[in-house]
Design a binder for this molecule. Structure first.
Ligand code: FAQ
Length: 309
């Protein structure tokens, strides 16, 4: 590395311009991006499972078609993100191996079960809603391929969020039993969604440096507050009650105050303790093994194309 390379990197960051894969970058910047982008990609593909479990049980053909499209979108997000991580000099095979051997994480949110159809609505409304709150600022990430991938992902997440809200709206307009089902799903998914933004700022390892590098634009707590402020009026519109007795509007702050999540539960979910996380990884490893023939066929086809060229 020359002093010139470091200066150029610093001045690009300072000017809020993009770093591209061929540009020189500090090794720590590269490593933190590989970590974040890969864990984001893993979350997208593991995140196919809780909703995927409802494809065969969706209440109508119309709902089934929408759900299939949504779950396929999540697979697509995983692919854009693995592509962005690969541009930093790693391989998709290596990243998947790190997921399969628990050397890299995926989002805690996907370690919760989906016992009813209303949970599918709650994932779309709350989890995709939280994903949008977190990911819209990532469209301005200093690393070009990640920021550009996020633009398309955010557009698709917006559709996902609306379809989830619409599932719940339909249920809340239905019978007392259906409304109850929607409320119970909100009860299950509220706190996990609030925790999805990561540990409180006082505990965050990467906040400060990633903000300075223009990877993160807001801290975990700032994003969490934005999500709560955005979601409360939507819950009111649905006629559902957010399961937090401490939730109230604070005129002075101009934000909602809310209670403290159970951070011990969060830590357990991040560590992947319990049967469900075990199942998530088992299903993922099996899908990978069952897809070996597709990868072999694609590699053989690519080799043939190269020979012909
Ligand atoms: N789960 O220092 P920080 C989706 C870890 S995609 C597990 O604050 P950072 C779409 C963190 O990695 C959802 N681990 O870390 C969809 C770090 O450990 P490490 C995923 C978590 O990176 C919808 C440690 O804690 N979204 O939902 C979690 O600055 C529906 C210390 O934390 C993204 O990945 C967690 N929730 O901030 C799909 C967005 N939170 O790596 C299907 C991109 C933190 O040092 C259906 N990522 N940790 O071992 C980010 O914005 C950031 O990485 C944060 C964490 C905000 C997640």
């Amino acid at each position: 590395m020359t002093i010139h390379a470091q200066q150029r990197f610093d001045s690009l960051i300072e000017a809020d311009e993009r770093i591209e894969p061929d540009d020189w970058m500090p090794e720590e910047y590269r490593q933190t991006l590989v970590r974040q982008i890969a864990q984001h990609a893993h979350s997208e593909i593991i995140g196919m499972q809780p909703e995927g479990a409802w494809i065969s049980r969706a209440p109508s053909l119309h709902r089934k078609a929408i759900l299939i499209a949504k779950v396929q979108d999540e697979a697509g997000h995983g692919l854009y993100l693995y592509g962005a991580a690969e541009s930093l000099g790693t391989t998709r095979a290596e990243l998947l191996d790190r997921l399969h051997t628990r050397r890299q994480k995926y989002s805690s949110i996907f370690n919760y079960p989906t016992p009813t159809w209303a949970d599918v609505g709650a994932i779309g409304w709350l989890v995709d809603g939280a994903a949008i709150a977190n990911q819209v600022p990532l469209c301005r990430c200093s690393f070009g391929p990640y920021g550009r991938a996020m633009v398309r992902i955010c557009k698709e997440e917006s559709f996902h969020q609306r379809q989830g809200f619409q599932i719940l709206l339909r249920l809340t307009e239905g019978t007392a039993e259906q409304k109850q089902m929607a409320q119970e799903a909100l009860n299950r998914w509220w706190w996990p969604s609030v925790m999805m933004f990561g540990p409180p700022d006082s505990e965050s390892v990467h906040n400060a440096r990633n903000m300075a590098w223009g990877i993160k634009r807001f801290t975990n707590d700032e994003l969490r507050q934005g999500f709560v402020d955005m979601t409360v009026p939507q819950a009111e519109l649905l006629g559902l009650t957010i399961p937090d007795p401490e939730l109230r509007w604070n005129d002075e702050r101009g934000h909602y105050d809310f209670g403290e999540p159970d951070w011990e539960e969060f830590a357990r979910m991040v560590r992947g303790e319990g049967d469900l996380p075990e199942q998530r990884l088992r299903v993922r490893r099996e899908a990978h093994e069952n897809g070996a023939w597709v990868r072999e066929a694609a590699a053989a086809y690519a080799a043939r194309q190269r020979q012909a060229a």
